[in-house]
Ligand binder design. Structure first.
Ligand SMILES: Nc1ncnc2c1ncn2[C@@H]1O[C@H](COP(=O)(O)OP(=O)(O)OP(=O)(O)O)[C@@H](O)[C@H]1O
Ligand SMILES: [Mg+2]
Length: 407
């Protein structure tokens, strides 16, 4: 097997120098003490993976996980502290914003400079210039100094240059995050066509659906360590599950704090009926706080009626995090007649296919008297939850309209 890229037990250490704004006193005192050693920080620790020729691989992980550092090692902007990084073939890289171009040179001059760094003469790049300007859509700004470019313009030109030189390996770091929708699509098309031509692709993105469709394999970096190396879908699923798990911990904590805060705006009522527990039940059948669009969601309300209450009304509400109420069904509106409540009981509101899209929401629950004017117990937005949409779902707004198209 011929590898394009090999990471063998790669570690990268940065030395963090303490800030130097010490006072005069501290400096004088410092003369008597040994200088403090710079703190060390391991951005990557013992990371190993291989990328075969023609394969596309993604690096995923939280902010600061070490993804960009790994790319800089591939492009030799950085050297590993230990271990080895091998790379075969001509590499074109589109790294973080601000690297790659000289700010005081014009776009045009940077095209030639970049070309020469990759071994292409002026004449070679002249032949490519029209195509580069055309793809980037940069127009007459090609003759402006790039320090005056917007981040979108900068990225457009950088991507056009990097992909114009027929590289064997294309390395991109979060390019898609900066461009607008149209440009993102153009970039993706080009990356896909590179893939079809058998080029090796290294892709860093927080766009996990794209990772899934574009990449064969993925490396999940966590605090500088490779937590999982494997098939792209498998790694993305595992990473998402962990992100969701961490988010659930935070959401549950927030819900508990709100419920026990005693804040009367969040919980009000005379408590003849007391809501003692609320569960948001998903496809797994258990209480959860992270849902997928179109997953079932049941709001389960456990209550205790401390006395016999005739014809109570139970309701729920779902608010978007921005505050607006998306829906507020109750048993009375639905014509569900509850003769009376006494002692412990459970009421459920079941949504077969949750229509909510990507976002943060909060559920409310309430028990009211039959006129719906007197609250026994009203928990206002005490149950936060998150919805993730996956590929194939609608992407704009808060609800999936789920209509069908005819053409
Ligand atoms: N030159 C440097 N000196 C000191 N620390 C650095 C340096 N470059 C990166 N780091 C640190 O290394 C860690 C990894 O950074 P890196 O940029 O690789 O993360 P990342 O995974 O690309 O994150 P993001 O998703 O935010 O882009 C961070 O904690 C960062 O502060
Ligand atoms: Mg980064």
């Amino acid at each position: 097997m011929s590898y394009s890229i090999e990471f063998n037990n790669v570690s990268k250490r940065f030395l963090l120098h303490k800030d130097r704004r010490d006072s005069v006193q501290e400096r004088v005192a410092g003369l008597l003490r040994p200088r403090p050693q710079p703190e060390e920080f391991w951005a990557l620790r013992d990371v190993s993976f291989q990328v075969a020729r023609g394969e596309s691989i993604a690096l995923v992980g939280h902010n600061g996980a070490g993804k960009s550092t790994a790319l800089k090692l591939m492009t030799r902007i950085l050297e590993p502290t230990s271990g080895s990084v091998r790379l075969n073939g001509r590499v074109a890289a589109l790294l973080e914003l601000g690297s790659g171009f000289h700010p005081d040179l014009s776009g045009r001059e940077n095209v030639f400079l970049n070309g020469s760094l990759m071994g292409f003469g002026r004449r070679d790049m002249e032949r490519r210039l029209d195509e580069i300007v055309d793809f980037s859509g940069i127009g007459q700004f090609i003759d402006m100094e790039v320090k005056h470019y917007s981040s979108g313009m900068y990225t457009r030109l950088a991507f056009a240059v990097a992909t114009s030189v027929d590289p064997d390996v294309l390395i991109t770091d979060e390019v898609l995050a900066v461009g607008d929708e149209a440009f993102q699509r153009k970039c993706l098309e080009r990356i896909f066509s590179f893939r079809q031509q058998g080029k090796t692709i290294v892709f860093v993105s927080h766009g996990l659906d794209t990772v899934r469709t574009l990449c064969d394999h993925a490396v999940w970096l966590e605090h500088g360590q490779a937590r999982l190396v494997g098939g792209a879908s498998e790694v993305v699923d595992a990473y998402l599950a962990e992100v969701n798990r961490q988010e659930a911990v935070v959401l549950r904590q927030r819900g508990r704090e709100a419920a026990s805060s005693g804040d009367s705006s969040m919980r009000r009522g005379s408590r003849e009926i007391e809501i003692v527990q609320v569960e948001l039940v998903g496809a797994s059948g258990g209480d959860q706080v992270v849902f997928q669009t179109h997953e079932p969601l049941t709001v389960r309300i456990h209550y205790i009626a401390h006395q016999r209450i005739e014809q109570p009304v139970f309701g729920i509400g779902i608010n978007h995090e921005s505050g607006f109420l998306i829906g507020g069904p109750n048993t009375a509106f639905a014509g569900v007649d509850i003769a009376f409540a006494q002692g412990a009981g459970v009421v459920e509101y079941a949504i077969a296919r949750l229509p909510l899209l990507n976002g943060r929401y909060a559920a409310s629950v309430a028990a009211y008297d039959t006129t719906m004017t007197h609250p026994y117990d009203h928990h206002d937005r005490l149950y936060p939850f998150t919805v993730h949409s996956s590929r194939g779902d609608e992407r704009f707004g808060v609800t999936a309209l789920s209509g069908s198209w005819r053409t």
